[in-house]
Design a protein around this ligand. Structure first.
Ligand code: GLA
Length: 382
């Protein structure tokens, strides 16, 4: 059932607007967005669709196509982080409204129907898509004029403070501010972004994503521990954020750190920012076919220095490379979720088959492959 049909069924009236926001993959720039570093995600053509209308009841009502029989109604006055609604899927919608109100916007009440096509738990930012589409819908229908980057910040606050997940700004920025046919080069220190054209198809290339079906969770502590390590290292090195360090500062920075684990974490962050800069330079010259080694180097750095990969993610990368991928890497937070491979368009099926076979041989759950194209960020559809 579409979001609009679901809305009519659940609320017996017409929605005032239809909106959508996408999931994302990150091309490169991993675990840098909470260090003031650079990231380069793009929106994918899997979207969360929302039909919405404001109400005057002081209530948020939400229903989802994935659970069409259950309308959850929450009085705005009772909404706060830690309330029971924060922990289910509805928490992403309610959290976005809560966050809008925290930013001083006078949202009184809203009825929404959600149909999300972004796979959950795949590391493709299904929660960011829901938070961004809800923020866009409620602001647009309340005649609040805010920029895509402001939508991203409000959505990120919902994730951080309402859902309680300590993520950086990348996923929400990608969902809110991406443009079709581009990657989003985001400087997370200044929150400024540049859309750089990215059209693998024009080079007879494709980006393949493999969902390893290994559940990943940012709330389980490892993500927070990585963040804390970066903050500790920054304090020792006398910088506010590790993103301030340039690749030329690396040798000196490493010599200042006694703890080998902190040295590995810093080396990842600094070299990763450098890889994003180099990728951006190549993409600005339309040299997509030259970025593969940077993607693969990013993976090895995440595997060896940042220690956030998994056997399944490593397997996707090694198999994809064996059968000719230009580059491959885990994408997103790691410990499961998805990996991407940049492949020749005529090698898509061969890569899918080889990864499937390797997973069978290792006794892993079958991965789910999809080809992704850079899609438009959050938008009003009607
Ligand atoms: C998750 C977080 C992002 C980012 C990535 C790692 O996707 O939500 O903010 O930190 O991990 O790059």
């Amino acid at each position: 059932m579409s979001a609009a049909e679901l809305f009519r069924t659940a609320y017996s009236r017409e929605p005032d607007g239809l909106f959508s926001a996408p999931g994302r993959v990150n091309l490169i720039g991993e675990h840098t967005d909470y260090t003031g570093g650079l990231v380069m995600p793009f929106a994918i053509d899997a979207r969360a669709h929302l039909a919405a209308a404001m109400n005057r009841d002081g209530v948020i009502r939400v229903v989802s196509a994935q659970r069409p029989d259950e309308v959850i109604a929450v009085a705005l006055q009772t909404v706060h982080p830690g309330s029971s609604v924060a922990h289910g899927w509805a928490g992403y919608l309610v959290g976005a409204i809560w966050s809008l109100r925290c930013s001083g916007f006078d949202v009184r009440g809203v009825d929404v129907a959600l149909d999300s096509q972004v796979p959950v738990g795949a590391g493709l930012s299904s929660s960011a898509a829901i938070e961004c589409v809800t923020t866009l819908a409620a602001s647009a229908l309340s005649h609040i004029d805010i920029s895509p980057m402001e939508i991203a910040k409000i959505a990120q606050r919902a994730e951080n403070e309402f859902a309680g997940v300590p993520c950086g700004p990348m996923d929400q920025a990608a969902s809110a501010a991406s443009q079709e046919g581009s990657v989003l080069l985001l400087d997370t220190r200044t929150m400024t972004a540049e859309n750089i054209p990215f059209d693998p198809g024009a080079h007879a290339l494709a980006v393949l994503v493999f969902d390893t079906k290994v559940a990943h969770s940012l709330a389980d502590g490892e993500y927070g521990r990585r963040r804390a390590s970066c903050e500790r290292a920054a304090a020792i090195l006398g910088v506010k954020l590790l993103g301030e360090l340039h690749i030329d500062d690396l040798a000196h920075a490493l010599s200042e750190l006694a703890d080998p684990e902190l040295r590995r974490r810093v080396r990842h962050v600094v070299t990763e920012n450098d890889r994003v800069r180099r990728t951006a330079r190549l993409l600005r010259m339309d040299a997509i076919d030259e970025i593969g080694d940077l993607l693969t180097a990013s993976h090895y750095s995440l595997r060896d220095d940042y220690e956030v990969s998994s056997p399944e993610l490593d397997q996707v990368v090694s198999t994809a490379l064996e059968v000719g991928a230009l580059g491959a890497r885990m994408t997103g937070g790691g410990f499961g979720g998805s990996a991407i491979a940049l492949v020749q368009a005529d090698r898509i099926q061969a890569t899918i088959d080889a990864v499937a076979t390797a997973f069978v041989q290792r006794g892993f759950t079958a991965p789910v492959p999809r080809v992704v194209k850079p899609a438009q960020g959050a938008r009003r559809d009607q």
